[in-house]
Design a protein around this ligand. Structure first.
Ligand SMILES: NC(=O)c1ccc[n+]([C@@H]2O[C@H](COP(=O)([O-])OP(=O)(O)OC[C@H]3O[C@@H](n4cnc5c(N)ncnc54)[C@H](O)[C@@H]3O)[C@@H](O)[C@H]2O)c1
Ligand SMILES: N[C@@H](CCO)C(=O)O
Ligand code: NA
Length: 439
């Protein structure tokens, strides 16, 4: 039997992901040692409460509440606590003590990424984060390594498992957002505070990480436009399907030019969107994620799989652990962040896309022409109009519902159109405005 030297591995946090990483590390110790050329010795797991119930059993003697001592005695630190603090401080302590760090913490990377990468570069340490985007799906490494020689133009992704799970259940079973969220939480998909999922913060953090990597620039979280799914109703989901679409929470990162200023830069946004049923993203169900990417030479690529879940995400963490450990054994330059392009992050007003607007209007002669006039006055070209008469209110004047699809228009022109529509007497209400993506 080969005798390996041991690398000391510390895990911080034993929740959904951390407990599975600990379990797999212990179960596959022999096999991993052969792959790495060194033993991966789990020296401890930092927890808040030694007696809390866990999703996967961890030997009691490995548990500690003294995270700092554990970190200072480790070669590789795996941070799976989540949130900004104390995760940030622990990671900086690890880096400054010469350890490599693996994290799945997109909130921290999207907020303090530049500080952490800078600290790592100063001391020659490595920061790995495959678990931070797309759970088990390899997407960080493909962007950083495989596509490093290409020019990524656009990313269209379903990057939050919880909201995809919820929208899917609203569509397939008619379940409410609230009930579907309870199931997603029980299954370990949701964040500790699920507002991060349903309000789109988690997806926005991932969009900032993806855009920064894909476009070799630093996209701050504040520059990512964000809308969550809390305003999406069951009726909208049903109407979307009838019209040949499915509602998905998308993260869209693209190179763009601001029509108002002519500035070239990158745009990153997260919002619910109508996706045509024939698009590959429409077939992404449950807590799965998919990242659809267009690159100059590679063309279209899609990365698909389990976007959330403790065991699934542990796969990505262990992949990083093997990479980090091999670097300890064989050396090498490791990975570096590349932000050379230094592109400006464009505001949402720079975006150009298609829209579907649902209006409740008075059912009178000439209304359609008046509405069409509002669109053309604001430079928005109408592609299709569908009218449903008489499905309106029980009292008051007769109303009709108009569903208007547009050709490509700028966000600024669309916003002006919606404002103008709201001020027209013939418009009872603007029921919904959804972007249409993936056509
Ligand atoms: N669950 C997923 O599907 C998933 C997928 C990808 C990435 N992530 C990310 O991985 C990280 C962990 O997620 P999770 O789902 O396992 O979260 P979780 O809430 O299940 O686990 C976090 C654990 O950390 C513990 N903890 C909190 N503060 C601590 C402290 N000061 N010291 C020690 N332990 C502490 C908590 O008690 C909890 O057990 C997060 O950054 C999350 O965003 C999760
Ligand atoms: N809460 C996250 C976990 C994976 O990052 C999600 O639902 O996608
Ligand atoms: Na991943």
């Amino acid at each position: 039997m080969i005798e390996y030297r041991n690398l000391r591995i510390a895990i911080l946090g034993a929740g959904s992901v951390g407990s599975q990483v600990a379990k797999l590390l212990l179960e596959h110790r022999e096999e991993l040692a052969q792959r790495v050329g060194a033993g991966l010795e789990l020296v401890g797991v930092a927890v808040r409460d030694l007696d809390a119930p866990r999703r996967a059993d961890i030997p009691r003697e490995l548990l500690t509440t003294d995270a700092e001592s554990l970190i200072l005695g480790a070669d590789i630190v795996v941070e799976l606590i989540g949130g900004l603090e104390p995760a940030r401080t622990h990671i900086l302590t690890a880096i400054n003590s010469g350890a490599d760090v693996i994290t799945g913490n997109k909130a921290l990377l999207a907020t303090h990424g530049p500080e952490l990468f800078e600290a790592a570069e100063q001391v020659g340490a490595q920061l790995y984060y495959e678990a931070a985007v797309g759970g088990a799906i390899p997407i960080i490494r493909p962007l950083r390594d495989s596509l490093a020689g290409d020019r990524v133009e656009r990313i269209l992704g379903i990057v939050n498992g919880t909201t995809n799970f919820i929208l899917d259940r609203m569509d397939s079973t008619g379940e409410s957002l609230h009930d579907a969220l309870a199931v997603a939480t029980e299954l370990g998909y949701a964040e500790a505070d699920p507002t991060a999922d349903i309000e789109g913060y988690d997806a926005a953090q991932k969009a900032a990480i993806l855009a920064s990597l894909a476009f070799h620039t630093s996209v701050p979280l504040e520059a990512v436009y964000r809308e969550g799914i809390t305003s999406i109703t069951h009726d909208q989901v049903v109407a979307a399907r009838k019209a040949g679409y499915v509602v998905k929470l998308l993260a869209i990162c693209e190179r763009a030019t601001d029509p108002a200023t002519g500035v070239h830069g990158v745009s990153a946004r997260v919002h619910p969107a109508l996706v045509p049923l024939a698009h590959p993203l429409a077939a992404v169900h449950g807590a799965n994620n998919a990242v659809f990417l267009e690159a100059e030479a590679a063309g279209s690529l899609m990365f698909y799989g389990a976007g959330a879940g403790g065991l699934e995400t542990a796969s990505a963490v262990l992949g990083d652990l093997v990479s980090a450990a091999r670097r300890h054994v064989v050396g090498g330059p490791g990975v570096a962040e590349s932000t050379h392009a230094d592109l400006p992050a464009l505001p949402i007003t720079a975006v150009t896309t298609r829209y579907q607007i649902t209006l409740r209007v008075l059912d009178q002669p000439g209304v359609l022409a008046a509405i069409a006039g509002v669109f053309s006055d604001n430079g928005v070209s109408v592609e299709a109009v569908e009218q449903h008469v008489g499905d309106g209110q029980e009292s008051g004047p007769a109303t009709a519902t108009l569903v208007i699809g547009t050709h490509e228009a700028s966000e600024a022109a669309l916003a002006a159109t919606v404002d103008a529509l709201e001020s027209r007497n013939v418009v009872d209400s603007v029921e919904s405005v959804l972007r249409v993506e993936g056509l």
